[in-house]
Design a protein around this ligand. Sequence first.
Ligand code: NAD
Length: 330
Amino acid sequence: MPERRALVCGAGGFIGSHMVKRLKQEGYWVRGVDLKYPEFEPTIADDFEIADLRDANTWEKVLDPGMDEAYQFAADMGGAGYIFTGEHDAHVMHNSAMINLHMADYGVKKRTGKIFYSSSACMYPARNQTDPKSPNCHESSAYPAEPDSEYGWEKLFSERLYFAFQRNFGLEIRVARFHNIFGPHGTWNGGREKAPAALCRKVAEQPNGGEVEIWGDGEQTRSFLYIDECIEAVRRLMQSRSFRGPVNIGSEEMVTINEMARMIIQIAGKDLTIRHVPGPLGVRGRNSDNRLIEKELGWAPRQSLQVGLHRTYFWIEKQVQECLLPQSSH
Ligand code: NAD
């Protein structure tokens, strides 16, 4: 069988860098593209281009004719501190939409075999996520649309863009809606980090007897999926012959942010108190609904949140400790 070739957009980021590793393990020839190299370990991609995917010239260069697969993870994104303040709305919408417009267009022009697009649970209507105990995030609940952020609106637009290219030009697309993916090698500081990484960092930074700050009352619910499980689900979706999505990729183990903070404190073996402070918040409740993915792809997460948090906490604790080391000892 000839070597399969894949392009990974956003390969310097969290999910993209993990996907490069998985594709290499499976024997693919892989080209990564990003504005930056992966931060935490060198890439093992066969080729890695530092380039701006908002620029059409980049696509002329990086997408070879007839490439088997393209994974589109590149986006201007971050956690609640980036998405929900409103300060980045114009950039978030413009930058990510530009990338997706080019991906769809060049996917047709360069006859790309299959394209994966990473949408987000943030595209679900806010009105179905007001009850922290029973949010509705079934795939069929997307319309009438009412995402709670411009980030969510861009994701919804781009989902529709890819499906329009599929209908009109036969572009082979696969679309998943990710629900909070976390794990080692994800952003853990700097303002774009998401809740699990932010809480792990706060716990790691505190000495015994200290305090951990949580935005809001901490009673908002979410579910979190460990990175390896996400990568497995994406690969299954890409391998599916006819099921294109959009489909949820997430965990159904719903917890409050307070519960997750207590789990991390316990993993760290520390004695810390939680303090609630005002901060940017998303919807009140959100959980993945995995009925469709189980039916179509036979996929469900295998491990508990506790196991993933354990791995993530100790990776972040190491990053925090390395940052505290004097420069001379690096
Ligand atoms: P990330 O921020 O770590 O990775 C995104 C990468 O895209 C970054 O490395 C960034 O430099 C790159 N990028 C941004 N603009 C670019 C440009 N103009 N040209 C080239 N590269 C550019 O994010 P992630 O967590 O790995 O997320 C990957 C995808 O999954 C994103 O589309 C995100 O919206 C989606 N998603 C992620 C989650 C999650 O919990 N991590 C949840 C829902 C959806």
